[in-house]
Ligand binder design. Structure first.
Ligand code: NI
Ligand code: MN
Length: 226
């Protein structure tokens, strides 16, 4: 399994048989290494409704004939706009041709058009992806919560965790999350896109090392094999 960081909380996950884009937010993200029009994938996975996690979902899905995988409300929203979708809910898993996806709880909100008339889009989720014998956790946007220890069951090859603070957990809570999740490697996300989530990923990585965790910050465009 190969991860490529597209900035913010957006990653390309390449398995032996499929390309998945998680939380597509390329348009409007100055750090994005590619344009949405150049994204190539078979599936688009969205952790929750906020535009910085779904902004390019419909355009990318339609351009690639890809399936959007998300909570039921988000899936129905995009299905009504012509996309192929697969709706799920926390605790549920589904085996796709490339592997298995499970939605997890997350503590966060989930809406679209928040600045106008918010459309509430179900609950915010995290994503567990099992493929090629690897197990990956994308936490979405979330606070620290003690049930992360349940997500650790079966082991995690990698955890993608928000560290930006203000709207998700910050670095101190993300360190506690690592104690619960115990992934082989953590890639921080959801920081430095805006002033309100400015963080130093190298400082987070150093603090994690002191607690015997491995953190590998990626620059947008970087790839990591797990
Ligand atoms: Ni959010
Ligand atoms: Mn967000």
């Amino acid at each position: 399994m190969k991860l490529t960081y597209y900035g913010h909380s957006c990653f390309l996950v390449e398995t032996t048989t499929a390309r998945l884009i998680l939380d597509p937010f390329l348009t409007g993200n100055a750090a994005a290494p590619i344009a949405a029009a150049d994204a190539r994938c078979d599936y688009v996975l969205c952790s929750h409704g906020h535009e910085d996690h779904t902004g390019d979902a419909l355009a990318i899905a339609q351009a690639n004939d890809a399936t959007i995988v998300a909570n039921y409300e988000i899936a129905e929203y995009f299905a009504a706009r012509g996309a192929k979708t697969h709706g799920m809910n926390p605790g549920g898993a589904w085996t796709f041709p490339f592997g298995r996806v499970k939605l997890t709880p997350a503590i966060h909100t989930s809406s679209l058009n928040a600045g106008l008339t918010p459309l509430y889009m179900g609950v915010a989720c995290g994503l567990i992806i099992e493929a090629d014998g690897r197990r990956l956790y994308h936490a979405g946007d979330t606070a620290l919560f003690l049930d992360m220890q349940l997500i650790a069951r079966g082991g995690l090859d990698a955890a993608l965790l928000p560290i930006g603070d203000n709207v998700t957990m910050g670095p101190a809570d993300a360190l506690d999350a690592l104690d619960l999740l115990k992934p082989k490697v953590c890639v921080p996300m959801h920081y430095n896109t805006w002033e309100t989530i400015a963080q130093d990923p190298a400082a987070f990585a150093r603090a994690a090392t002191e607690r015997v965790h491995t953190v590998n910050p990626l620059k947008p465009g970087d790839t990591l094999a797990i």
